[in-house]
Design a protein. Structure first.
Length: 58
């Protein structure tokens, strides 16, 4: 799934729900490139960290 906030500019992070539990994240501009695979707990912690402003915006 792609964020509804991303628009059509191609600067997106896509998230896939994995059949074995967890999530995979990838850059939509590079669909054949690497994916970051996280457990459900790790993904939840990542999302909470984003909400809490724990990451520096580049």
């Amino acid at each position: 799934m792609k964020s509804s906030y991303s628009g059509n500019n191609g600067n997106c992070v896509e998230v896939a729900v994995l059949p074995t539990d967890g999530r995979a994240l990838r850059d939509s501009k590079n669909p054949d490139g690497p994916a970051l695979v996280l457990s459900t707990a790790e993904f939840s912690a990542f999302v909470q960290g984003v909400k809490d402003g724990e990451f520096e915006r580049l």
